[in-house]
Design a protein around this ligand. Structure first.
Ligand SMILES: [Zn+2]
Length: 657
């Protein structure tokens, strides 16, 4: 094992850097075996410790355990997502279940749990600091939530459920993927793939109504065709297994189990939140559809708007009303300038400096750029930032942030290593890369996630991860700096003339940003409502095919022209894994906080206000999960988030007043 380059602690400057230059598929099996074995030795030593359990010999020791496996899983995530190939895909199929089994082994270790429980039970008289109390409490609750207190037979059943669920998730993903790998041939041999990135542009631009209907119906029927790829039985099984697991663990439903560790805390709170937004959105959508219908009425012959017509007529209206042409915007958004803009904005707001060090540390692809982040006043090292901007084969689609090393200080400073991953399209050789408004927003969004991890300052790595309904706050908020005037003046300069983006164009962009938000929000919101209803049924559901319509009827029904953004038979957030089940509401929950947090800047000195930025850093960005996130938000804002800011930002307030 000694010659495996992945098993050693990371070497080099900055507290060590990932050895991307030596990462290869053949090293992972041996390294995973070594990592699992090391973790097992560490856990056995803690569980079998001869002294009575204490914070130091149990909880702190757990914080130090499994570090090799943690490094390997983070590197493997990059292999899977950024530079994959058939060898990595085969490793994924083989090792995901083995890694899950290793995690179960740890959680079900009775001697270990008894020691954690003993420390937990003596907390009131322990004299531990608040951070330590929180760490112990969270660790104990995590074990309990995952079944540590069950008897042997129930643990066995739980393990079987977890394994069957993992298999069902894979089955669901494979079936939907098979339906997405089909296509429709339309005009002149043009092929429309059965995926959103292909279907939506067609629905937006094609005047051929009968073809729009065919393409739309095929897309909305993924997983729902009564053939070998129909997912309805798979989903029914998943929902039933989840309900059984929740019962076994002593929870009223899967939703209650999933939501224990979120800001919303329980399904009732999340559902009430969704229903508060619902009437304003519904009112806005009705107004939007009336506008579209007025255009469709002038068609020859007149058209009654159906779901497959919405995007087409919305585009007609957008062109006529807002007159924003993407081609007018992109010349101002040269990629390297916008990267500099994002970094500059952080430097100005948070007292850090970015120094590019590309070429001096290993990278996982030659196009990756790297910066060292230092504290401007002291020059002290704070973080590394990797940026991988371009699409290529072997890299998954979309944009995401990841963390190669999380910050903590328990045994001396461990500094964070973060990365942002985009899928921008490269320009011709020698030409500047110009990005769209939406790409520029994505760049700032992902950079908000990176800032969240790079500015983190916590003692224990067990208090780093924030709840699912909090994580999009730093990113959604950071997007709002993109169109600030000072930033545009410096960085959004026309690539030929050097002129900054004119304010008239910025105003047009801002006006258009409220366009069709009723429709977009409703198709999302309906999904979130169905998700929560489905996952609070204590016994699962009898007939999944009618469930969504019934759930929406319970809240008053949907306008005929709007359909769920994700119908249940292909709702990957819910059935591709557990991660967003009973959690689809999280996006809107975070965005309410982001819109309200932005108001804190509007109400004070604007986006660069030092005092507000300082509070943002202290309470929202740097303290991980050291205190309850709702309390952290109150410390930043002086009160709970107010939903009005979001309704305003999306243009809904006029509709209800
Ligand atoms: Zn995000």
């Amino acid at each position: 094992m000694s010659d495996n380059p992945l098993t050693a602690p990371w070497a080099g400057s900055y507290g060590g850097v990932p050895p991307w230059d030596r990462m290869a598929p053949e090293h992972f099996p041996g390294a995973f075996d070594a990592g699992i074995a090391e973790q097992r030795r560490e856990i056995d030593a803690i569980a079998g410790h001869p002294e009575p359990p204490t914070f130091d010999n149990t909880i702190a020791a757990m914080e130090r355990a499994g570090l090799m496996l943690d490094r390997l899983e983070r590197m493997f995530a990059v292999a899977r997502e950024s530079v994959t190939n058939p060898a990595y895909q085969a490793l994924e199929r083989e090792w995901q279940p083995k890694l899950a089994a290793s995690s179960d082994e740890l959680l079900f270790n009775e001697a270990l749990f008894k020691r954690i429980e003993a420390v937990y039970n003596t907390l009131p008289a322990s004299g531990l600091e608040p951070q330590q109390v929180r760490l112990v409490t969270r660790m104990y609750q995590h074990f309990v939530r995952r079944g540590a207190r069950l008897n042997g037979a129930d643990k066995q059943r739980l393990s079987a459920i977890n394994q069957e669920l993992a298999a069902r998730f894979a089955e669901f993903r494979a079936k939907v993927l098979a339906d997405e790998n089909t296509s429709t041939v339309v005009d002149g041999g043009q092929v429309i793939a059965n995926t959103r990135s292909s279907v939506d542009p067609f629905l937006t631009t094609s005047p051929r109504r009968e073809l729009r209907e065919i393409v739309w119906k095929k897309f909305k029927s993924r997983g729902d065709n009564g053939d070998a790829n129909d997912t309805k039985d798979t989903i029914t099984a998943i929902v039933r297994l989840r309900a059984e697991r929740a019962r076994l663990l002593g929870f009223a439903s899967h939703g209650h189990w999933r939501m224990v560790d979120t800001m919303a805390a329980d399904p009732e709170t999340a559902q009430a939140f969704l229903l508060r937004v619902w009437p304003a959105v519904l009112a806005r959508v009705k107004a939007e559809i009336a506008e579209l219908q007025a255009i469709a009425d002038r068609d020859e012959p007149p058209v009654t708007i159906e779901p497959w017509d919405v995007l087409y007529y919305a585009e007609q209206l957008r062109k006529a009303t807002y007159d924003v042409d993407e081609a007018e915007i992109t010349p101002y958004f040269e990629l390297n300038n916008m990267v500099s803009a994002a970094l500059w904005s952080a430097e100005r707001r948070f007292g850090v400096s970015f120094k590019e060090i590309t070429g001096t540390v290993p990278v996982f692809h030659p196009e990756v750029r790297v910066w060292e982040v230092v504290d401007t006043s002291t020059g002290a090292h704070r973080a590394l930032f990797y940026l991988d901007n371009f699409a290529r084969p072997g890299k998954r689609s979309g944009a995401w942030a990841s963390s190669h090393r999380t910050q903590y200080t328990m045994d001396g400073a461990v500094t964070p290593i973060s990365s942002n991953n985009n899928n921008f399209v490269k320009g011709a050789p020698g030409e500047p890369v110009l990005i769209s408004l939406s790409d520029a927003r994505t760049l700032f969004h992902e950079f908000g996630h990176a800032l969240h991890s790079m500015l983190q300052n916590v003692t224990y790595r067990g208090l780093a991860t924030t709840p699912r309904d909090y994580v999009e706050l730093p990113s959604q908020l950071n997007q709002r700096w993109l169109l600030s005037r000072e930033l545009l003046d410096r960085f959004a300069r026309h690539y030929k003339t050097g002129e900054p983006m004119p304010q008239a164009l910025v105003d047009k962009i801002e006006r258009a940003s409220k366009f069709n938000q009723g429709f977009a929000t409703l198709e999302y919101l309906a999904c979130a409502i169905v998700d929560m209803d489905l996952h609070t049924r204590p016994d699962g559901v009898e007939d999944i095919s009618t469930f969504a319509d019934e759930a929406l009827a319970r809240v008053g029904g949907m306008p005929r022209e709007v359909v769920l953004r994700h119908r249940l038979p292909h709702f990957d957030h819910l059935f591709g894994s557990d991660s967003y089940s009973a959690g689809y509401y999280s996006y809107l929950w975070s965005d309410v906080m982001a819109a309200d947090a932005w108001q804190a800047f509007v109400e004070t000195g604007g986006p660069w206000d030092p005092e507000t930025n300082d509070r943002l850093r202290r309470h929202i960005l740097s303290d991980g999960n050291s205190i309850d996130r709702a309390e952290a938000y109150r410390r930043f804002r002086g009160r709970d988030p107010d939903i009005e800011a979001l309704l305003d930002a999306r243009g809904f307030t006029a509709a209800v007043r």
